[in-house]
Design a protein around this ligand. Sequence first.
Ligand code: SAM
Length: 194
Amino acid sequence: MSERLRTRRGRLQTRGPGGWRDWNPWRSKLAAWLRASRREWPLEPDARVLYLGAAEGTTVSHVCDLCPQGMVAAVEVSPTAMAELLVVAERYQNLLPVLTDAHFPARYAPQAEGCGFLYQDVAQRDQLAIFRRNWEFYRPRQGLLMLKAPGIRAGVPKAVLDEAEAELRETFATVERSDIAKWAKGHAAFWVED
Ligand SMILES: C[S@@+](CC[C@H](N)C(=O)[O-])C[C@H]1O[C@@H](n2cnc3c(N)ncnc32)[C@H](O)[C@@H]1O
């Protein structure tokens, strides 16, 4: 584990400006993915991350803890969520919040240029298309896509996610699926590389 990530009494924690704090997999799909995939934390402390669907910054803040010398460009379309995210940004010099729509990658090029990692959690019908468009624009090395089956269309989540996985396999050389439905109903996480 990194010196900023640990497990204490079964609870995942990250260390940020205020010390160690819990990283709850029921509130953060990224923490759920770490549990489900059993992978090591994948990012270097100086990683540059493009984060789509930042919401109020719950998960973003933990990524900022873990990439203290890097940068997290956090894109969020809701002004209400952005108001909360701006409060989080006061604590993190490596957090660059952007109020805009993730359908338009060029709009946040000044903040996201050079990112090596793409993280997306937007729960929209066209979430696969949004991910591909950003991937093609920024060409990161790795990505993690949190897919919500009911966000794509109605139906049995497993069948919808199987279909999405098949689509991802047409584009990416590496696709690793993790089942995070225990923590986030109807969701799966997809780790991808070119
Ligand atoms: C499930 S929440 C994200 C939770 C957050 N990733 C976390 O773990 O703390 C999804 C967020 O995506 C945002 N969103 C939806 N469509 C978007 C878009 N096209 N561009 C940017 N953000 C979007 C929503 O406003 C919402 O805040």
